[in-house]
Design a protein around this ligand. Structure first.
Ligand SMILES: Cn1cc(CCO)c2c3c(c(-c4ccccc4Cl)cc21)C(=O)NC3=O
Length: 291
């Protein structure tokens, strides 16, 4: 009956971790398995509306894009009391947008090594999505989530004094994951729901959907550019057009190779942009040559 809420039955709500036009996201503990999840509650879209199509799209995409360590994992989705609810993997390190804000606040930036790791993880996630003939269509820092896992690297016994005191070396392993599949569509599908205009390439505005996977690469290039301190990105105007003409400020803290790669990723001609597969083999990501 309608007043039994599966959400409250199955989950203990720890707190709100995000709100927007998409709805509200809560950090929840599943009462049965004791694991933590990110659960998004959004107003149930009107039957037959574009919002309903997108909501179903998101669930279909998650169902198809099962398990990949660089795509946020989906567990379940259901409707209750006029809400759509989706239960996803909880990433405990916030979003890349949060990380960029925090770095700017402390006047710090990602090292080139960290940028390469981000490039590799998200390129792996995109390669998987594109291999399923799907495209994400809303790649941006706010949709890349971070999982941090502490690992015990080594325990050193200091036998200087006769007892021994343990020294533990804990390393924090970071994994970047592509999330928010609300704009995912098939490579061959002409109905494209545009993503954030700051990361949108001109060919999509011109409704040229012949190279949709390269629209993800374009948005990915600007995402890395922002992580490297090139932001904030324009939403329109001459700066917006400069970027679409392939003009990007040099990022001073990074190598020429990396700067060149970013320029290639946002090339005005989508065919010139490297595919996710090509990115993974790029020398910037395999600095010691391809084994
Ligand atoms: C705002 N916000 C903050 C977080 C936690 C980051 O440490 C978050 C997550 C997700 C989502 C999300 C995005 C789009 C659709 C469904 C969900 Cl659950 C939103 C999230 C998601 O799917 N997994 C998350 O961790």
């Amino acid at each position: 009956d309608s007043n039994i809420s599966r959400y409250h039955e199955e989950f203990h709500e720890l707190g709100l971790i995000g709100t927007g036009e998409f709805g509200s996201v809560y950090k929840c503990i599943n009462r049965l398995d004791g694991c933590t999840y990110a659960v998004k509650k959004s107003i149930k879209p009107v039957a037959g509306s574009i919002n309903e199509k997108n909501a179903l799209n998101e669930v279909y995409a998650h169902a198809v894009l099962g398990k990949h360590q660089h795509v946020v994992r989906y567990y379940s989705a259901w409707a209750e009391d006029n809400h759509m609810i989706i239960q996803n993997e909880y990433c405990n390190g916030g979003s890349l947008a949060d990380a960029i804000l925090n770095l700017e606040k402390e006047k710090k930036h990602f090292t080139e090594i960290e940028i390469r790791q981000l490039l590799l993880h998200v390129a792996e996630g995109l390669r998987y999505i594109h291999s399923m003939q799907l495209v994400h269509m809303d790649i941006k820092p706010g949709n890349i989530f971070i999982s941090k896992e502490k690992r015990l690297l080594a325990v050193n016994y200091d036998s200087a004094d006769d007892g021994f005191d343990e020294e533990e070396t804990i390393e924090e392993e970071i994994t970047y994951k592509i999330g928010d599949l609300g704009h995912v569509t098939s490579v061959n599908n002409p109905q494209v729901e545009e993503g954030d205009c700051r990361y949108l390439p001109t060919e999509i505005l011109r409704e040229d959907f012949s190279h949709l996977s390269k629209a993800d690469i374009f948005a990915f290039g600007l995402t890395i550019y922002e992580a490297g301190g090139g932001g904030p990105l324009p939403k329109n105007g001459s700066e917006w057009h400069d970027i679409r003409n392939g003009k990007l400020k040099e990022l001073p803290h990074y190598s020429r190779d990396l700067n060149e790669l970013l320029k290639l990723m946002i090339h005005p001609n989508p065919e010139m942009r490297p595919s996710a597969v090509c990115l993974i083999q790029h020398r910037v990501l395999c600095p010691f040559g391809n084994k």
